[in-house]
Design a protein around this ligand. Structure first.
Ligand code: ARG
Length: 588
C-alpha cells in the first residue's frame, strides 16, 4: 500500500463509521488499483462486500458511503459504477503537491519502517576449500539486495556469511597439506597454497586411493576437534586462503558481509543435543541421536528423522544451524532471520525450523524465513558449465562480463565516432559488466531457474542493466545539453501536470514506497526491477518527440516543471538501482 492508499483508507474508515456506525470503521474498504485508467486510479469494492450484512443493495451502500466520504483534497468527485464499485480519480493538484514534497526528500517519499527491527540476512555462505559456484553468486547478489532494502527501511541488519569452515573434509585437507607443504605448519607466515579447488581435488584423490592416508585424515579430524595447535594452524591456513579468494569476488561485486562460519557455533553443539534430550524430543535411531519430523516421510511412508548427532558422536549441518538459530535469537536478538540459499535446501530449513519450534526455541515475535532461489542454467538449458564441461569459476564469469561490456562499448563508440579516455572506458565497462550480471539475476522471480546469457544481459534493449543505466545517463544528458544543474532547480520549483504522459509518469513516481514495502515483506527484488523498468518506459513515453512533451524547448513554468520530473525520475532510478547493488554512471 502506498501513502495515498493509506490516506484513502483512513477516509473510508471515517465515512463507513459516519454512514453505518462506529463498528464499521474497521471494515476493509477493499481499495485496489483501477483495472482500467479510464475509470480512474483506484476502485473501492467495500459496498459489494457489505451488501449481505447490511441487507441493502450495493449501489445504495456505495452512495451512502460516498455521501460521507471527505476526499475532496485528494480525489475528484467519486463515481459509482456497475453493481456498486466506487471509482476514484486522483486530482492533478494533489499529485503536483505530492511531487513537490518529495523533490527535497532524500528518501523520495518512502517512509522508513515504523518499528525498526534487528534482522539477520544469512547469505553467500560458500564452503572453505571448495569452489564458490554460481549458486553462491545468486545467494550473494540476492542476499545483498535484500539487506540493502532492509537497511534503507531503517532496520538494524546483520549480514552474516555462514561459511562452511568445519567438518570432516578438513581431516583430508590437512593431511594433504602436511604432505605437500610440510613447511606451512611451522612458519608463522601466511601461505599461498594456490588454487584451492585443485588442491581439494588432489587431496580427495589421495584420500580415495590410500588407506594409510585415510586413517591419518580421520585422526586429523579428531585432533582438530580437540584443538591440537598444529592442526588448528593448518585449518587456519586453509581458511585464510579461501577467504582471500572469496574476498576478490566480494570486492568485484561491492558486497559487504560479516564472516561467522560454522566453526563459530562449534562449542554450542553439545548443548543443542542436551536440550533436545531434556525437552523429550530426542530419540536414538540406528545409533544416531535424532528427532522425528512431522510431515516428512520416506518412500514407505514412515516418519523421517532429523539427525543431530551421528553414531560416531559427530555433529552435522543441521546441528550447526540449530545452534546458530539459538545464538541469533538469544545473543543477536534477531526478530527476523532470512536464509538465502538454493531451493534444493528447502527441506533442510523446513526440518530444523520444525525441530526448533517443537523445542520451544522460537519466540512468537521471531520470524524465520527461507528465501529459496532456482538454478542458473547454460544457454542449452542444462547445468551451467564451461565449454570444456568444467564448473565456471566466478572470477572468470565476472571478468568475462566486463570484457564483453568493454567490447560493446568499443563498438558503440566507433559507431557514434566518439573518443573517450581510457579511464571512462574502464569505469563504464566495469559498471555495465557487473551490473548486467546482477540485474539479470535479480530481475527474475528468484524461485525460477534462469538461463545465463551474456548477450541477453548486456542488451541495451529490454529489462536489462544497460537499458536502465542508459535511461539514467540519458536524463543526465538532458541536464548537460541544457546546461542545467538539477540540484539548482531549487526545492521550490513547482510541478505542473498537463499532458497524459506527464500524469502517467507522475503517478508512477509516487508508487516507489509501495514497491519497496512489498519487497520488504515478500523479499522478491524482481518487483523492484519491474518497477524501474516500467518507470523507464513511462519516462521514455513522456520524453518522446511524438507521444510526449517538449522539455528543454518548453515555455516556463512548464520547462522547469518537466525538468523536475526528469530529475525525480533519475533520482528514483539511482535509488532503486542502489538498492539492487547497482551503481549508475553519468554518461555511457
Ligand atoms: N554453506 C552452505 C552451502 O554452500 C550454505 C549455508 C546457508 N546458511 C545456513 N545457515 N545453512 O550450501
Amino acid at each position: 500500500m502506498n501513502a495515498t492508499q493509506e490516506k484513502l483508507k483512513l477516509k473510508f474508515a471515517q465515512a463507513l463509521a459516519a454512514a453505518f456506525g462506529t463498528e464499521y470503521a474497521g471494515v476493509d474498504p477493499i481499495l485496489v488499483a483501477a483495472s482500467n485508467p479510464k475509470f480512474g486510479d483506484y476502485q473501492a469494492n467495500v459496498a459489494l462486500s457489505l451488501s449481505k450484512k447490511l441487507g441493502q443493495q450495493p449501489r445504495a451502500i456505495a452512495s451512502a458511503i460516498v455521501e460521507k466520504l471527505d476526499i475532496s483534497d485528494i480525489c475528484e468527485q467519486p463515481e459509482i459504477a456497475g453493481p456498486g464499485f466506487i471509482n476514484l480519480k486522483l486530482q492533478t493538484a494533489y499529485l503536483e503537491a505530492q511531487l513537490n514534497a518529495i523533490q527535497a526528500d532524500a528518501r523520495l517519499g518512502v517512509p522508513a519502517a515504523k518499528t525498526p527491527k534487528r534482522e539477520i540476512v544469512d547469505f553467500s555462505s560458500p564452503n572453505i576449500a571448495k569452489e564458490m559456484h554460481v549458486g553462491h553468486l545468486r545467494s550473494t547478489i540476492i542476499g545483498d539486495s535484500i539487506a540493502r532494502i532492509l537497511e534503507f527501511q531503517g532496520h538494524d541488519v546483520l549480514r552474516l556469511n555462514h561459511v562452511g569452515d568445519w567438518g570432516t573434509q578438513f581431516g583430508m585437507l590437512i593431511t594433504y597439506l602436511r604432505e605437500v607443504y610440510p613447511e606451512a605448519l611451522t612458519t608463522a607466515n601466511a601461505l599461498d597454497i594456490g588454487d584451492l579447488v585443485s588442491f581439494y581435488r588432489k587431496a580427495k584423490q589421495r584420500f580415495d586411493e590410500d588407506e594409510v592416508f585415510q586413517e591419518t585424515a580421520r585422526q586429523e579430524v579428531v585432533r582438530l576437534q580437540a584443538g591440537a595447535t598444529d592442526t588448528l594452524h593448518a585449518w587456519k591456513l586453509l581458511c585464510e586462503q579461501s577467504r582471500r579468494e572469496f574476498q576478490v569476488i566480494y570486492d568485484l561485486l561491492n558486497v559487504q558481509v560479516t564472516e561467522r562460519g560454522e566453526s563459530f557455533y562449534n562449542p554450542l553443539l553439545p548443548t543443542v543435543v542436551e536440550d533436545l534430550q531434556s525437552s523429550g524430543l530426542l530419540e536414538e535411531n540406528q545409533g544416531a541421536q535424532v528427532v522425528f519430523l512431522d510431515g516428512f516421510t520416506n518412500r514407505e511412508g514412515e516418519p523421517l528423522p532429523l539427525i543431530v548427532q551421528k553414531s560416531d558422536g559427530g555433529y552435522n549441518y543441521a546441528t550447526t544451524d540449530l545452534a546458530a538459530l539459538r545464538y541469533r535469537i538469544q545473543q543477536d536478538e534477531a526478530k527476523r532471520i532470512i536464509y538465502v540459499t538454493d531451493a534444493g535446501q528447502g527441506n533442510h530449513f523446513a526440518q530444523f525450523f520444525q525441530v526448533a519450534g517443537k523445542a520451544g526455541w522460537i519466540p512468537d515475535d521471531v520470524e524465520l524465513v527461507h528465501v529459496p532461489f532456482g538454478l542458473v542454467l547454460g544457454e542449452d538449458g542444462k547445468k551451467f558449465k564451461t565449454r570444456s564441461g568444467d564448473t565456471v569459476r566466478l572470477r572468470d564469469l565476472l571478468d568475462e562480463a566486463v570484457i564483453r561490456a568493454r567490447a560493446d562499448l568499443a563498438a558503440r563508440l566507433q559507431e557514434e565516432e566518439r573518443t573517450e579516455t581510457a579511464e571512462f572506458i574502464n569505469e563504464v565497462s566495469q559498471v555495465v559488466g557487473i551490473s548486467a550480471v546482477k540485474y539479470a539475476d535479480l530481475s527474475q522471480n528468484r524461485t525460477s531457474n534462469y538461463i545465463f546469457s551474456y548477450d541477453k544481459m548486456l542488451d541495451l534493449k529490454g529489462n536489462t542493466a544497460p537499458y536502465m543505466l542508459y535511461a539514467y545517463a540519458r536524463i543526465q544528458g538532458i541536464s548537460r545539453k541544457g546546461g542545467i544543474n538539477f540540484q539548482e532547480l531549487g526545492d521550490h520549483a513547482q510541478v505542473f501536470l498537463q499532458h497524459e504522459t506527464e500524469l502517467a509518469l507522475a503517478k508512477y513516481l509516487l508508487q516507489l514506497d509501495e514497491v519497496i514495502n512489498a519487497v520488504e515483506q515478500d523479499l522478491l527484488p524482481n518487483r523492484l526491477c519491474e518497477y524501474l523498468y516500467e518507470l523507464s518506459k513511462k519516462f521514455n513515453q513522456f520524453y518522446d518527440r511524438n507521444q510526449g512533451v517538449r522539455v528543454l524547448e518548453a515555455e516556463e513554468p512548464f520547462r522547469t516543471s518537466r525538468l523536475v520530473l526528469c530529475d525525480l525520475t533519475a533520482k528514483t532510478l539511482r535509488l532503486g538501482l542502489s538498492l539492487l547493488g547497482i551503481q549508475v554512471v553519468e554518461r555511457m
